[in-house]
Ligand binder design. Sequence first.
Ligand SMILES: Cc1cc2nc3c(=O)[nH]c(=O)nc-3n(C[C@H](O)[C@H](O)[C@H](O)COP(=O)(O)OP(=O)(O)OC[C@H]3O[C@@H](n4cnc5c(N)ncnc54)[C@H](O)[C@@H]3O)c2cc1C
Ligand code: FES
Length: 333
Amino acid sequence: MYLSDRPQSFTVEPDETILQAGLRQHLALPFGCQSGGCASCRVRLLDGNVAHRLPPPALSTAEIDAGYILMCLAQPQSDLRIDLHQPADLDALRPQIWPCRVQMRSWLAHDVLRLQLKLPKGKTLHYLPGQYIDLLLDDGRRRSFSIANAPNGEFIELHVRVTPGGRFAQWAAHEMPDRAMLRFEGPLGAFYLREDTRPIVMIAGGTGIAPLRAMLQSLLPQSQRPVHLYWGVRAQRDLYLDAELTQLAQAHPQFAYRPVLSEPDTGWNGATGFVHAAALRDHADLHTHAAYLSGPPAMVRAGKDAFIAAGGDPDQLFYDAFDYAFETWPGVG
Ligand SMILES: Cc1cc2nc3c(=O)[nH]c(=O)nc-3n(C[C@H](O)[C@H](O)[C@H](O)COP(=O)(O)OP(=O)(O)OC[C@H]3O[C@@H](n4cnc5c(N)ncnc54)[C@H](O)[C@@H]3O)c2cc1C
Ligand code: FES
């Protein structure tokens, strides 16, 4: 097994996936759910053949046709060469387990909680804007949340959707003591801005705005790269960052922001309907663009298909689908 942009090669045993073999041999490979759902381990196969243990749930037909595979499900059927499609400095961002204190908890919207987590004195989490962490619960379960701010050396911020049956979110909203100590593993995932000059279309659903906000905080002050953000929510009360994003658009002419409501309030005269459809109405041809999508899996799936249908290049498609926690996925051994 060879990595096209690295000097490394490694061996995969017959019963292993590429990811299992790489991690066993201490390679810094991107991964998340390890069950085919998140696509953090998506790479392009340049040479050779693989068999996936099950049809790769996170990949669209267009991505499969373009040669993408999921390392957490793929088993080599021959010698392979893969394109990791990530900067070498990601190697420096190996996930670790961290203790942290909840230094601030507040409501951003009727069902979205903001948590600010502080690391022990003198410790800093290095991450790329767009990446996420896994909170480690006392019973061994984990919950993934995107980091909603660019690195500031002070704290990391999470935007947690509080659903009626949400185990962690309900606890965090109603039972968690003030200044609680938590543990997390991070940074995780391969959802971060790739250096480039192409215009960007960003599509977020609900709390999917969190990783895109982190990217915008780091990108806009230092780049003229055009960015058009579409943020889909149900109604106006869900637009919890509306004022901040409107202000960003006023301060940065290269940035445009468009909220999209699926259940518009009376009197709303902005965009309505599916958020990916609103993006497509403005950008019928996306072959020169990069796309960054995050939010509910159905929205990400629709956005991916729309981007490809509009001529988008699968190599310029980056996304995080906010799946339910890992234990709700079927086991893949
Ligand atoms: C990479 C990544 C990044 C993410 N970032 C964020 C983020 O920034 N903010 C955010 O709010 N979420 C994010 N998520 C989603 C979040 O991790 C999950 O929603 C997680 O399950 C929430 O944990 P919980 O304990 O609060 O809720 P859970 O107890 O896991 O349940 C969540 C909700 O899903 C329902 N549910 C659970 N299992 C099923 C099922 N099998 N079928 C139907 N309904 C089910 C529950 O009833 C509940 O309403 C992210 C997910 C991923 C993979
Ligand atoms: S780690 Fe492979 S799809 Fe999530």
